[in-house]
Each structure stands twice: as C-alpha cells, then as structure tokens.
Design a protein around this ligand. Structure first.
Ligand code: FAD
Ligand code: NAI
Length: 330
C-alpha cells in the first residue's frame, strides 16, 4: 500500500497549529517543524526562577464568531480563562483608571497551555530551522540548517513571520513578493519580579508618551504560579527600533526606570529580572489576505501578518490556509 505523503507545516505558533488541527480533523496527515525547542511562537511562556511568564502575547480578544466558539471550547477544556485586570492608562505621565467591558482571554495556567494542547500528539521536529523549501517532480522537500533533508510532502504550509517566510516561499515567487512587502516591528519585553508586592492596584496598563507601551502584573492572571510580584513590560516599537542592539542589562535598567516613573509607587530593586527581544513582534499594518496560496503548486503561507496581527488573526489565518488546501484536494 502506498503511504500518503504528509503535509509539512513550518511553524508551531498559533497559525501553524490552527492549520494543523483543521487538517488533522479532516483526516490529513501533517508533519510540523519549528526552529525553537517548543511550540507557541509568540504565545510561548518563559519558565523562570520567578515562575512562568507570558513575555509575548499578553491576552487576546475574540471578535469573529468562529474564534469565539473555539475560545469557549478552550475554556471548557480548562486551557483558557478570562482575565479581568484592574486596567489603567498613562498619558502625559498621568496614571488613571481605565475600566472597560472588553472580554480578555489568557491561556491557563500560562499562555502556552493553549498551543501546547493544540499540538497534542501531532508529529513535530523541534530545534529544526528550515532553510529551504523545494519541489521535486511530484512532491515537496525541506532542507534544515543542519543540511538534513525532510520529505516527501504533498503540500507545504509556511507559518512563520513574514520576513522569515519570505525565503521559504522562493518556489512560489508571487507569494514571496507579497511576504517581502510586509514590515514587522520589534518589541523589547522585560520582566521584573519583586519580593514584596508593589503598593499599586494596577494589573494592566496601556501607556502613551513613554518608552513603554504596555505593562501587566503577570501574577494577576488566572492560575499563575508566580511566588514573587511579577510584571511584564513591553517597550514601544519605536523605542525598541532605536535600542535594538542595546544589551539586555541596559534595556532592563532603562525600562525599570521608565516603569518606576509611571507606576506611582516606590519601586525597589527587583529580586529577578530578564529581557527578551522579539524581532518580528507585530506587522506594521493589518492585512485582509486571510492567507497566501498557490494551490496549483500546493504551497501556502499563513500567520498573523496575513490578517489582524493578533492571536485571533493568526488562528483565522491558519484556518483559511487549511480550508484552501482542503478545497483543492482531488
Ligand atoms: P508565531 O507565533 O511567530 O509562530 C511562528 C513560528 O515559526 C515560531 O514558533 C518560529 O519559531 C517558527 N519559525 C520561524 N521561522 C522558522 C524556520 N525557518 N524554520 C522552522 N520554524 C520557524 N496578540 C494579541 O492578540 N494580544 C496581545 O496582547 C499580544 N501581545 C503581543 C506582545 C508581544 C511582545 C508580541 C511579540 C506579540 C503579541 N501579540 C499579541 C501578537 C501574537 O502573539 C501573534 O499575533 C501570534 O501569536 C502570531 O502567531 P503566528 O503563528 O502567526 O506566528
Ligand atoms: P484590546 O481591544 O484590549 O486593545 C486594543 C487597543 O485599544 C489597545 O492597544 C489600547 O490602545 C486600546 N485600549 C483597549 N482598552 C483600553 C482601555 N481600557 N483603556 C485605554 N486604552 C484601551 O485588544 P486587541 O484589539 O485584541 O489588541 C491586542 C493588544 O495586543 C493590543 O494592545 C496590541 O497593542 C497588542 N499587541 C502588541 C504587540 C507587541 O509586539 N507589543 C503585538 C501585537 C499586539
């Protein structure tokens, strides 16, 4: 009996996993690849001495009916929970409460719980950076950074951020050109953890006119294991671009200073700190492509950059890539 060649999916962030789940549910074999040691991409959570920290996506909203249904399913499975932080904003250095009615979701007990469950038992190669995607006479093959070839595959879905997807799409120049047109902005993320809780009610804060864009009290999210008072601070894209090559120590020092200025209470030296640079954090603008497809060749691209630049956009984009692929099967 001839074995059906699986579909290769490059990237185990929300978009790649969304596509993988839809294809698996339709009875199609998939094989996933990620250059990282684990799944989740920008929804990954960092394990640290202060407990797990959500350094990338902070929360997500659900506006599309299909995504709302999926999030409710995650909630029933105990993978997602509502986070209703005491919300604030800072403008011109003034901190003010800013409550609203928006429902915000987080993975529970950490952001990566959702993507980990989505991956489940699907076959995956971690720590495997794909450098080339090429087509033989009938099938697709992948080459990784170690020079190892993978394949054959019936189709390929590239679910990496646009600048990384670009080179992987060279077999489909039209798709590569579109991916090359997408600029993605970087974000420095810093976590500070304090032995004694800070004397503030702030749990989440949108910031303007500062190097900081957003800050969150990680421990205020449901189910977190943080023993210390942990905070996650995101710099603005502009500040990050200007300080892209600053050392982690200097980034921590500068954002700690900016945090102390705006939080409105005494901020001691943190018991623990770390910095992480997201080079491709968010698309510079939103698009409405859904996904990119060359159905005749059998290659697709998906990711938040094809849609809204949010967790929901990534999920929808993965669904769309799977839908287009399935619609083109004989
Ligand atoms: P990714 O999560 O980036 O997944 C791509 C995967 O591809 C990665 O795992 C990567 O390792 C892998 N990969 C790349 N190149 C290769 C290769 N050559 N070979 C193998 N693997 C490869 N969204 C919200 O909705 N709410 C928020 O509050 C929010 N805050 C954010 C804050 C920050 C700091 C960041 C960085 C993002 C935030 N986002 C937020 C955006 C959200 O995280 C993303 O929209 C979403 O997670 C993107 O999913 P994705 O699958 O498209 O890409
Ligand atoms: P949302 O509806 O909570 O926020 C959208 C935007 O509305 C916020 O950025 C903020 O400017 C404003 N806003 C919302 N509620 C507010 C309030 N109570 N007070 C003051 N301003 C408020 O969530 P949505 O639409 O799902 O957006 C996701 C979030 O993820 C955004 O904040 C976005 O900036 C952030 N994000 C960050 C990235 C990064 O690299 N730092 C990457 C992608 C998304």
């Amino acid at each position: 009996m001839t074995q059906i060649a699986p579909i290769a999916i490059i990237g185990t962030g929300m978009a790649g996993l969304s596509a993988a789940q839809a294809l698996h549910a339709a009875g199609q074999p998939v094989q996933l690849f990620d250059k990282s040691r684990g799944s989740g991409g920008r929804m990954a959570s960092k394990r640290s001495d202060a407990g797990a920290l959500d350094l990338g996506a902070q929360y997500f909203t659900a506006r599309d009916r299909r995504f709302v249904d999926t999030v409710q399913q995650w909630q029933r499975q105990g993978l997602a929970a509502e986070w209703a932080p005491a919300l604030y904003y800072v403008r011109n250095g003034q901190l003010a409460a800013s409550p609203d009615e928006q429902v915000r979701w987080v993975g529970s007990p950490r952001m990566s719980a959702i993507t980990r469950a989505m991956l489940g038992e699907l076959p995956v190669n971690f720590a495997c950076r794909i450098t080339e995607v090429f087509r033989g006479e009938q099938h697709w093959h992948l080459l990784d950074a170690e020079g190892v070839s993978h394949g054959p595959f019936s189709h390929v879905i590239v679910a990496a951020p646009a600048p990384q997807a670009c080179t992987l799409l060279s077999a489909a120049p039209k798709l590569a050109t579109v991916a090359a047109s997408v600029a993605m902005e970087p974000t420095w993320a810093v976590s500070l953890a304090f032995a004694e809780p800070l004397h503030t009610n702030v749990e989440g804060c949108f910031v303007q006119d500062s190097p900081i864009d957003w800050l969150a009290r990680n421990r205020s999210k449901p189910g977190r294991d943080n023993t210390l008072d942990t905070w996650v601070i995101h710099a603005t894209s502009a500040w990050t671009r200007q300080h892209l090559d600053l050392s982690k120590e200097a980034v921590i020092e500068q954002l700690h200073g900016a945090f102390a200025e705006l939080i409105g209470c005494t901020v001691p030296t943190p018991a623990f700190s770390l910095a992480h640079r997201w080079l491709y954090a968010r698309p510079a603008s939103a698009h409405e492509w859904g996904c990119l497809a060359d159905s005749d060749l059998g290659i697709y691209a998906c990711g938040d950059w094809c849609s809204s630049g949010r967790v929901e956009g990534a999920w929808l984009s993965g669904q769309e890539a799977a839908r287009k692929l399935l619609a083109h099967l004989p």
